[in-house]
Design a protein around this ligand. Structure first.
Ligand SMILES: *Cc1c(COP(=O)(O)O)cnc(C)c1O
Length: 377
């Protein structure tokens, strides 16, 4: 069944295949079993809409979700079918009571946070669930080895807390040859040894492809669920989830020497046909995918054929070369692919000098989101 708003006057569409999303979660869950497969749905499920993504994944069997912030947790807990929801960025002093109210589980990364959550457990005379994050070399969030030593030196340091997960995060897992991977794995084992019996988690989308030695008790994929290929070693067994299309507005003929777009960065070196397309940086087409006469940039696809962007990406429009596209496809209102089967997300990131993650999370609300789902739930 196609769920479609079909808003008149909205040329841009983000089509999200929920069946493929559920299938991707099942594939990864199968790949890592007996480890548990969670789902990372921070940033509104990487821009795809947590309101639809979370119930879909919970329906597929996902029992653990990760978000970045408490407000993201508050949004998804009511629709997560009782699954656990962890907040990766931890707990700030003013958020303690909101954490209790929502039932979100904080990922504690400093001794201060641990003390704060313990004090609340004391005050309420209850045992509070928590995850701890150890730093294994990323130097982002996480307890350092000296922090862990200070904690373990105090026999009461974790009183009142029920530790349900000890986790860390890899810096270079997209590169199977990076020496940091094994170094971080060792550092994680050292750090988590001080939390005996607590389930462990190290790998995200890329790390889970490094092999079973990285799976531990739970893996935390985000990007791969949405069809992204985070790992440079071999393909992750996931299918396309996201297709982004917009529409062709106008065809123009250029003569040799004509210039295209702001700052006239592209000059035609022969007569050619271009199309003006309804998408720009306000829709999430990065301005860094602009192309000049000597610099290549991003692509669109028309009728399954890739063709380059010409000149600067403007706020609402791009110009593309259609000299090689058969004329029958060049009608006003014809569909133009920005991301999809012909233009994989990761390639779109690369031609914009960024990563597919940033492309996904910056797709604009101006594009209509359409969800495909054969069966509810
Ligand atoms: C974002 C994030 C993930 C998910 O990463 P992907 O590469 O999208 O799979 C996992 N763990 C942590 C700590 C994260 O910040």
């Amino acid at each position: 069944m196609v769920m479609s708003g079909n808003l008149p006057g909205t040329p841009g569409r983000i089509t999200i295949d929920l069946d493929a999303l559920a299938g991707n979660w099942r594939s990864l869950a199968q790949l890592v079993a007996p480890a548990e497969c969670s789902a990372v749905v921070k940033a509104n499920a990487y821009g795809l809409g947590a309101a639809r993504v979370v119930p879909c994944l919970a329906g597929a069997g996902c029992k653990t979700f990760f978000v970045a912030t408490l407000s993201e947790a508050a949004d998804i807990i009511p629709i997560a079918s009782g699954a656990r929801v962890f907040v990766l960025n931890g707990i700030l002093p003013n958020d303690v009571s909101a954490f209790i109210d929502t039932g979100a589980i904080p990922v504690l990364s400093t001794r201060d946070e641990i003390a704060l959550w313990r004090a609340e457990a004391d005050r309420c005379n209850v045992c509070l669930p928590a995850a701890v994050q150890t730093d294994s070399g990323l130097n982002r969030l996480g307890l350092t080895q000296p922090d862990i030593q200070k904690l373990t030196a105090d026999p009461n340091a974790l009183n009142g807390l029920q530790l349900v997960l000890v986790m860390s995060h890899l810096a270079c897992a997209d590169d199977p040859d990076a020496v940091q991977n094994e170094a971080q794995r060792h550092a994680f084992e050292t750090g988590s040894a001080d939390f005996p019996g607590v389930p462990q988690s190290l790998a995200a989308s890329d790390g889970l492809m490094l092999g079973t030695g990285y799976h531990y008790d739970l893996v935390r994929p985000g990007y791969a669920l949405y069809g992204g290929q985070a790992f440079r070693g071999r393909p992750t067994p996931v299918k396309l989830v996201v297709t982004v299309t917009t529409k062709l507005l106008q065809i123009r003929s250029l003569s040799k020497g004509d210039e295209v777009g702001y700052s006239a960065t592209y000059r035609a070196n022969q007569n050619m046909t271009i199309a003006i397309v309804a998408a720009g940086y306000a829709d999430g087409v990065p301005r860094s995918s602009s192309a000049g006469t000597s610099k290549s940039g991003g692509y669109v696809a028309i009728a399954g054929q890739r063709t380059p962007i010409l000149g600067r990406v403007s706020m609402d429009l791009i110009a593309v070369d259609v000299s090689d596209i058969p004329e029958q496809h060049l009608t006003r209102g014809a569909e133009v692919e920005l991301i999809g089967p012909t233009l994989p997300l990761d390639d779109v990131g690369q031609t914009a000098q960024t990563i597919g993650y940033e492309i996904l999370t910056r797709l604009s609300p101006r594009f209509e989101r359409i969800y495909l789902q054969r069966a509810e739930g």
